[in-house]
Design a protein around this ligand. Structure first.
Ligand SMILES: Nc1ncnc2c1ncn2[C@@H]1O[C@H](COP(=O)(O)OP(=O)(O)O)[C@@H](O)[C@H]1O
Ligand SMILES: Cc1ncc(COP(=O)(O)O)c(N)n1
Length: 274
């Protein structure tokens, strides 16, 4: 059984963060472990409270898991502070794992999940260790310092981020103003790019989409899929999770992690090489 790990914050409402990651891992038949960076009191309406975990205790969780399991791939989500990022980066530097970084900054309701001062530590300490970085457009703007309003600016931002040492950047298109499609663009350090296009679902139930995508990507990498195939299957996983909502909660509801196993044979992501 392939063992994976999520280093992230919790979501008491179960739609994002650690909970979304573990549900995704379970559906994709990998064994999920975790190191929690912060507890959030959260539901589909927003984040009502944040209780950060001490950096020492984050390190204790990492040490417990890695001293016992052969962890194949790790993803990070909400990291909250520079101190927590530094502890994680120092720890992972000495490990041979595939690392997916979802640079979570702001919850859909607008609450900050990463302190502003922590962006520098993310850029200089953690991103250089990563196999893949999965920013949404606002996160890519903060990390690159480039405003993204068109494809050229997106490519410039991706190439700047690749210079920080990460092997691959996926620009997630959920926030783009495209009425019909949700296109994610993938930029690799070898200069190649491709895009993954799916139908944009008109829905307010997109809580945890970024967490779910990066957890699925981590699972497929741990299972030995190539980077490209892992990315395509992760896109399929999140598309089906959005397309088949559970209709629970009174705000931005969670996605449906069960849908991939039920419907994966009925859906193909459209790939464009460039
Ligand atoms: N309305 C939608 N319909 C289809 N796919 C979507 C939709 N919104 C987001 N996605 C997809 O969900 C994934 C997460 O994207 P995004 O919402 O940009 O990230 P985040 O949750 O980090 O803000 C991406 O693969 C994106 O293309
Ligand atoms: C603990 C936690 N982590 C991450 C997110 C981001 O959620 P989304 O994937 O919807 O951007 C969240 N709302 N809460």
């Amino acid at each position: 059984m392939d063992v994976v790990m999520t280093i992230a914050g919790t979501d008491s409402g179960g739609g994002a963060g650690i909970q979304a990651d573990l549900k995704t891992f379970q559906e994709l038949k990998v064994f999920g472990t975790s190191a929690i960076t912060a507890l959030t009191a959260q539901n589909t309406l927003g984040v009502q409270g944040i209780f950060p975990i001490s950096p020492d205790f984050v390190l204790q969780q990492l040490t417990s898991v890695f001293s016992d399991f052969d962890v194949k791939a790790v993803k990070t989500g909400m990291l909250f502070s520079a101190e927590i990022i530094e502890v994680i980066a120092h720890f992972l530097q000495q490990k041979n794992v595939q690392l997916v970084i979802d640079p979570v900054m702001i919850a859909k309701g607008g609450e900050s999940l990463l302190q502003k001062e922590a962006v520098e530590a993310l850029k200089s300490k953690l991103i250089p260790l990563a196999t893949v970085l999965t920013p949404n457009i606002p996160e890519a703007e903060v990390i690159s310092g480039i405003k993204i309003e068109n494809e050229d600016q997106m490519a410039n931002a991706a190439h700047k981020i690749l210079q920080y040492g990460v092997q691959c950047v996926v620009m997630k298109g959920g926030h783009l103003h495209d009425q019909y499609s949700a296109t994610d663009k993938v930029y690799l350090a070898d200069g190649t790019t491709f895009s993954m296009k799916s139908e944009r679902i008109q829905t307010k139930h997109t809580h945890g989409t970024g967490c779910t995508f990066s957890a699925a990507l981590t699972s497929f990498l741990a299972k030995g899929y190539s980077l490209k195939n892992a990315m395509i299957e992760a896109k399929k996983f999140v598309q089906l999770a959005i397309e088949n909502p559970l209709n629970i909660g009174h705000g931005h509801g969670p996605t449906n992690h069960f849908a991939y196993q039920q419907r994966k044979g009925q859906y193909e992501v459209s790939i464009n090489e460039s």
